[in-house]
Design a protein around this ligand. Structure first.
Ligand SMILES: [Zn+2]
Length: 157
């Protein structure tokens, strides 16, 4: 049986009535995430990772929030520019954890140091490349927040 994703989402939310707010929040987050990914994939079965630039089939791509989702305003969560497609082969992890940030010209910068050799050499490989998810006036403001968020985290450490 095939169900329309939106319809499925509605039924799911209906079924959740009476569940704790944590459960509802979790499901809403997942629905929002899959919707966002659908928008970013734009009906394609493969796409390029916005950091490394390699092309992957969609199963290896995630919708990664540029501005961390938990600090997004409600309307920012609905803005497709708040996220970008990243591969599961390292880019998503390194961006999410703040090892890589993007400057005001859309260039990838290294941000953190670690003793882990493989992640660090991966980060080094991407350093200085253009981030394909960066767009002036659109996603650029979210990259500023991401960078400042992780620079602060670093100075606290
Ligand atoms: Zn990648």
């Amino acid at each position: 049986m095939k169900e329309h994703p939106e319809r499925l989402g509605k039924d799911l939310l209906e079924d959740l009535k009476g569940e704790s707010s944590d459960v509802v929040r979790e499901v809403k987050t997942r629905l929002e995430q899959s919707k966002l990914r659908e928008i970013l994939l734009d009906g394609k079965n493969s796409n390029d990772c916005k950091l490394c630039g390699n092309t992957f089939s969609k199963e290896f791509l995630v919708a990664a929030h540029i501005k961390p989702r938990r600090i997004c305003e409600e309307e920012e969560r609905l803005d497709p520019n708040v996220a970008m497609l990243l591969c599961k082969f390292g880019c998503d992890e390194l961006f999410e954890r703040g090892y890589l940030v993007v400057d005001d010209h859309g260039r990838i910068l290294e941000n953190k140091k670690s003793d882990d050799i493989v992640p660090m050499s991966y980060a080094k490989m991407l350093k200085g490349k253009a981030c394909r998810g960066w767009s002036s006036g659109k996603s650029s403001k979210y990259f500023v927040v991401h960078r400042e968020h992780h620079e602060q985290a670093r100075s606290r450490a």
